[in-house]
Design a protein around this ligand. Structure first.
Ligand SMILES: NC(=O)c1ccc[n+]([C@@H]2O[C@H](COP(=O)([O-])OP(=O)(O)OC[C@H]3O[C@@H](n4cnc5c(N)ncnc54)[C@H](OP(=O)(O)O)[C@@H]3O)[C@@H](O)[C@H]2O)c1
Length: 296
């Protein structure tokens, strides 16, 4: 397989830095065609490996972006999940016609959730479907919950029911119930490894995880890090959590409820969206050939 030409879109969220670090790591130099094109609204100086292209992403810039990405084989989208932005990027993809598109999924396995909570985050599912309709291979990279020191699962802990203002827990499902987590460095490396593989070997959904942990692991970690004792304030079974999810969700998606949705989904257990019986860690990092998976 020759070296692959790549563009990445959206650099200043959670995933830009780890993907750029993976590109710059040297681990995939024999498989990547440099420079990688990196689209961002924030100007910065290019390097041998990264050519930054400063641009807005809007209907007005579709054709100029299409022109600058001409001939690109792989487009990786790291942008925020936004229907307008997704729509514009679909137009860019239609112009560039890459061989592979990795959309901004990076979270819940929405196809699994669709079985019991139809339409959850449908904008992401729809986005992947729209690009597939263009005849472009799409690989949804599913990571479950991000574990980010200073942020998700360390300080932003609503997805396990912790209220940091009162040091209380609203427990949904068993404290021992398990879910997958991904460290950002692992996601960056997984994405870059994945796009260097022969496209014919790639499934439509690639699930990766750094580790499987439990709600209790997050409670313990939080107590230790913050030197506090958490008290369980309310307890619900996973069935009650599911009923609450369905009724809240039926009333319409509310961003303020997002961490609750994640907790209710995580409580459902294996192959329900956030804990996977089948992961593709060996596809992207066989025998930890490229890196060691991170730990919570
Ligand atoms: N599993 C989890 O726990 C978890 C947690 C958080 C996020 N996620 C997922 O990870 C993905 C990235 O989320 P994020 O929170 O990192 O996103 P974000 O910070 O909101 O945005 C990421 C980047 O998207 C680009 N962008 C945003 N709005 C734009 C606009 N109007 N026009 C052009 N570019 C725009 C920007 O790139 P530039 O600044 O370079 O222009 C921005 O830095 C999403 O799919 C999200 O759902 C998952």
């Amino acid at each position: 397989m020759g070296k692959v030409s790549v563009a990445i879109i959206g650099l200043n969220g959670f995933l830009g830095k780890p993907v750029l670090e993976a590109i710059n790591s040297g681990k995939f130099d024999d498989k990547l065609q440099f420079p990688i094109k990196a689209l961002t609204r924030k100007e910065q100086p290019s390097t041998d490996k990264i050519q930054y292209i400063t641009t807005d992403i809007s209907d007005e810039t579709v054709s100029s972006i299409g022109e600058s990405l001409k001939g690109t084989e792989v487009i990786v989208e790291l942008v925020k999940a936004d229907p307008t932005l997704f729509g514009v990027i679909e137009k860019v993809v239609a112009e560039v016609k890459p061989k592979l598109f990795v959309p901004s999924q990076f979270g819940t396995d929405l196809i699994q959730v669709d079985d019991y909570a139809p339409g959850f985050l449908a904008l992401k599912t729809q986005h992947s479907a729209n690009v597939r309709k263009l005849g472009v291979k799409v690989v949804d990279v599913i990571t479950s919950l991000f574990a980010v020191p200073g942020a998700f699962l360390y300080e932003i802990v609503g997805a396990v029911g912790i209220d940091p203002t009162t040091n209380t827990i609203v427990q949904r499902g068993d404290a021992s119930s398990k879910f997958s987590i991904s460290k950002l460095e692992d996601i960056g490396l997984s994405v870059v490894s994945l796009i260097t593989l022969p496209i014919s070997e790639l499934p439509d959904t690639v699930r990766v995880q750094s580790q499987v942990i439990s709600f209790q692991d997050v409670y313990d970690r939080y107590e230790k890090d913050h030197n506090v004792k958490l008290t369980v304030k309310e307890k619900y079974t996973k069935e009650e959590a599911l009923a609450e999810l369905k009724s809240k969700y039926a009333a319409g998606f509310e961003f303020k409820d997002f961490l609750f949705y994640l907790q209710a989904i995580a409580a459902q257990g294996v192959d329900k969206g956030l804990y996977f019986s089948e992961v593709h860690n060996e596809l992207v990092n066989p025998g930890e050939k490229y890196w060691k998976w991170g730990k919570f």
